[in-house]
Design a protein around this ligand. Structure first.
Ligand code: F6P
Length: 320
């Protein structure tokens, strides 16, 4: 394969730029050409495509977001969308594609592979919820952003002896809440993968006060319910005057951490090696610190993402 494309799709994540840079630089190193596709699959269908040079990916490794832009484009699940995409790939002579994104993006990559255009999926999302990998591009940066916010909130919570609920992202997954919660010493972590009992949460706040704790930090994953609703439930039990902070999209931005940059670089270069060997329909992951490749369909259908629930248990043991 001599000419490949690269796109970023779904919610952006810090480190996507580092991944694209690695794809371009590794491909050039291997004597291949790379075309950048703007706005994910939407841009593919629209033909928003240009050749990328070495210099196009200079000075981006440290930047958050994605310089190729991104989009959520469910229309690519249809035959019509895919055929239009293929028309554009043919127009530009692109033989294979690197797709950086989440599971929806993986489905698109698989569909193109089935139609004769080998694609490699790279896990890019702050949620860390992609099966087949221990870590996704952007997760480490996001949890450090959340951690910084939690440390600041703890300062003010302690000063006023208050209870805070901090709602963090992670549509269906509790990883951000779990990791940032443990790292910040949060009193409670509420995630979709575990149930919660609101009276137990209230009891824990009172017990903390009795033990002399000056604050209660509750990290709530958005997939459970929204922070305001959760705080109202607590205040209905007792007069806690719970304060709520919704961190929102601040979690998606910012300069990627060293770990995300390295991981993205490994994934990007790895993807080029597979395409160079004309292999597609694969997604890359990190397993026990090694880069591995799995069949996309097998990954999506049979390898469910599981958060590290040992961390949940650990937090219960050490947070009081
Ligand atoms: O990309 C993942 C994510 O940030 C989720 O954590 C969140 O639920 C969702 O995207 C928000 O999506 P959007 O930016 O499209 O509102």
């Amino acid at each position: 394969m001599k000419r490949i494309g690269v796109l970023t799709s779904g919610g952006d994540s810090p480190g996507m730029n580092a991944a694209v840079r690695a794809v371009v630089r590794k491909a050039l190193y291997e004597g291949m050409e790379v075309y950048g596709i703007n706005y994910g699959f939407a841009g593919l269908v629209a033909g928003d495509i240009r050749k990328l040079t070495r210099r196009d990916v200079g000075d981006i490794i440290q930047r958050g977001g994605t310089f190729l832009y991104s989009a959520r484009y469910p229309q690519f699940a249809t035959e019509e969308g895919q055929l239009k995409g293929i028309e554009q790939l043919n127009r530009f002579g692109i033989e294979g594609l690197v797709v950086v994104g989440g599971d929806g993006s993986y489905r698109g990559a698989y569909a193109l592979t089935k139609r004769g255009y080998p694609c490699i999926g790279l896990p890019g999302t702050i949620d860390n919820d992609i099966p087949g990998t221990d870590y996704t591009i952007g997760f480490d940066t996001a949890i450090n952003t959340v951690l910084d916010a939690l440390d600041r909130i703890r300062d003010t919570a302690t000063s006023h002896v208050r209870t805070f609920v901090i709602e963090v992202m992670g549509r269906d997954a509790g990883d951000i809440a779990l990791w940032a919660g443990v790292a910040s010493g949060a009193e409670q972590i509420i995630i979709p993968e575990k149930g919660f009992d609101i009276t137990g949460v209230a009891d824990n706040i009172r017990e903390g006060r009795e033990k002399g704790k000056k604050h209660t930090i509750i990290v709530l994953a958005e997939g459970v319910m929204d922070g305001k609703e959760f705080a109202e439930k607590l205040d209905a039990i007792d007069n806690f005057h719970v304060r709520v902070t919704v961190l929102g999209h601040v979690q998606r931005g910012g300069s990627p951490t060293a770990r995300d940059r390295v991981l993205a670089s490994q994934f990007g270069a790895g993807a080029v090696e597979y395409l160079k060997a004309d292999k597609g329909g694969l997604c890359l992951g990190l397993r026990n610190e090694k880069i591995v490749a799995h069949d996309i369909v097998d990954t999506l259908d049979n390898m469910k993402h599981k958060p590290n629930l040992d961390l949940y248990k650990l937090n219960k043991e050490i947070s009081s």
